[in-house]
Design a protein around this ligand. Structure first.
Ligand code: NAP
Length: 539
């Protein structure tokens, strides 16, 4: 089978390469056949196979049948995140045979390349296959120029440098490095880790020749890898260019946040040239540096940064100042301005159903979300009662906001217009006794800010008593919709935002059910458990 001359490769490779994994050749080919319908640039991870050499005839047949595919053969060693543990000679035999089996590119690790005897690499190159020399660092983003200088003498067709982002600004280090190498259009760079998502989305804009994405969620071959469909459809990386404005949601942890899917969908729907990223912020200082370096035009701010960021804002709206927390930051002329859309996310849905002026409201909790509920409803003229596990926090909030506290025993004897749950009770994965029982629900409306699951035990209780309810999803979408308007000045596509968030939550619930069924069957934790277990509620 003729290989494609390296000089023609650039025009045939896509921007997204999808690693194909599988314990058997049949499993690999099944996955490859599915992926190729959407992405024809594949990396076959031969190290996942017990006997890679025996699989090559089948892979050759597949490549012969699928001529639109561009294929990389990789035999990743354990030290670099793979499964191959054989000697260097065996690795070279596999890669050389792959080169004559229709693979267009082979990936050779820098450590292997450096261990080869003189002439051995030349033999591989004489097959006509294109060469990637790759380097992985699972600890940090450092010494990129030194690594480059080590790879360069091998004169590969692609230089692949994959460090790990420990901070958000590590992405900037990698992207600046790629930009500096603009006469080397053959660099492939991406940061691993949750903090590295920025480089997976913006790396191409910085000049990376291509990037990697998982076949599906759960089939990641490197930490922080995003599913190909998400990268292409949600992040629209094909369209990210120099003019694309960058926004993001910052918090810790942030990987399970639904804000990227919601906001990117809204940007796409309204044809806004913008992308919205999940920013794993371990430190506020790291986030602020990133905001100015990229630059980032606007932020959704979530736990635990909502209060801490206040000191770094040029100005905030009056409610953010009263509450002492801000969930939305807009960057204008290099300065940061703060807003609180959590408030509108709570008062907006209630006011669609009843007037808050003169209404009697009960708020459960006295944390961040409760503060937004209490101040928001007070601002609209409601009389507010607060019930919290820690009485002193409730008393403090009541004093600050001109509200009252209430004891649990008094709730059943009191009639309210609306009850708002602003505690995590009812949320998937959170343990804790329900705060209210059926006798306590003497109210015209129940609003549970918890949105995962879609129907919480409190909402079920209310529904059983025919009390109208508002789900936490409505708050989530409303606070996001107001952010979208602050960011873009355009009305938000609320229905589309709601649809996509509900769809994502249902998918999460389904895969959680599948995982627990699998766990029960095998009595062993499944491989995908870490990503699923960590999915909680995050905006
Ligand atoms: P937070 O600042 O940590 O406050 C949590 C509050 O819940 C505190 O008042 C705490 O009481 C109380 N609490 C925690 N565990 C409890 C338990 N086991 N029993 C009774 N009370 C308990 O959290 P937050 O940011 O306000 O968020 C609260 C919830 O609101 C989140 O879990 C989330 O579900 C929801 N939320 C939803 C949205 C949305 O868009 N829909 C947005 C933000 C938040 P103590 O004072 O005694 O610790």
């Amino acid at each position: 089978m003729p290989t494609v001359a390296p000089q023609f490769l650039r025009s045939r490779i896509g921007k997204v390469c999808v690693p194909i994994i599988g314990a058997t050749p049949a499993e690999m080919l099944e996955k490859a056949s599915a992926v190729v319908k959407e992405t024809p640039f594949l990396e076959f991870r031969l190290d996942y196979l017990e006997k890679p050499l025996l699989a090559l005839p089948k892979l050759k047949h597949f490549l012969g049948e699928n001529t639109a595919v561009t294929a990389i053969a990789t035999c990743r060693r354990a030290a670099n995140g793979g499964k191959f543990a054989g000697p260097l000679a065996a690795e070279m035999e596999i890669l050389s045979k792959a080169a004559t089996s229709g693979f267009h590119i082979v990936d050779l690790e820098l450590e292997s390349a450096e261990s080869l005897k003189k002439g051995e690499l030349q033999k591989l190159r004489e097959t006509g296959v294109a060469l990637i020399v790759s380097h992985h660092d699972f600890t940090a983003t450092k010494d990129l120029d030194t690594i480059f200088k080590r790879i360069e003498p091998f004169q590969p067709d692609f230089i692949k440098i994959v460090p790990t982002a420990k901070t958000l600004t590590d992405n900037v280090t990698l992207m600046r490095f790629i930009e500096r190498m603009d006469n080397h259009s053959n660099i492939v760079g991406v940061c691993m880790g949750d903090a590295g998502i920025i480089s997976r989305v913006l790396g191409l804009r910085a000049g990376s020749a291509f990037t990697f994405a998982a076949a599906t969620a759960g089939e990641e071959t490197a930490p922080g890898q995003i599913a190909a469909r998400t990268l292409i459809e949600t992040y629209r990386i094909d369209q990210v260019d120099a003019a694309t404005k960058v926004y993001g949601v910052a918090g810790n942890p942030i990987r399970s946040s639904l804000s990227p899917i919601m906001m990117n969908t809204a940007f796409r729907r309204e044809t806004v040239n913008a992308v919205y990223l999940a920013l794993q912020a371990n430190k506020l200082s790291d986030l602020l540096k990133l905001v100015h370096e990229i630059p980032i035009q606007g932020l959704s701010v979530t736990m635990p940064l909502k209060q801490e960021i206040m000191a770094h804002l040029e100005k905030t709206d009056p409610l953010s100042a009263k509450i002492g927390a801000c969930n939305t930051v807009l960057r204008q002329d290099g300065k940061l301005y703060g807003f609180n859309t959590d408030v509108a996310g709570i008062t907006g849905p209630i006011e669609k159903r009843m007037a808050l002026r003169g209404a009697k409201a009960l708020v459960l909790g006295a944390g961040g979300a409760a503060r937004a509920a209490v101040f928001g409803m007070r601002d609209k003229g409601a009389e507010v009662f607060i019930l919290n596990r820690t009485a002193e926090t409730a008393q403090k909030l009541a004093k600050q906001s001109g509200s009252k506290t209430i004891k649990k025993e008094a709730v059943a004897k009191t009639t309210f217009d609306v009850i708002v749950n602003a505690t995590p009770i009812g949320m998937t994965g959170i343990k804790g006794a329900p705060i209210l029982e059926a006798v306590d629900l003497n109210t015209k409306l129940v609003f549970d800010l918890v949105y995962n699951p879609l129907e919480t035990p409190l909402l079920r209780l209310a529904r059983q008593q025919s009390i109208p309810i508002i789900t936490g999803i409505e708050m989530f979408v409303q606070q996001g919709a107001r952010q979208f308007e602050i960011f873009t000045g355009k009305p938000a596509p609320e229905e589309e935002m709601l649809r996509v968030v509900i769809h994502a939550l249902r998918q999460q619930a389904e895969s959680a059910t599948e995982t627990s069924a699998l766990t029960a069957k095998t009595k062993k934790p499944p491989e995908r458990s870490s990503s699923i277990k960590n999915r909680s509620q995050k905006n």
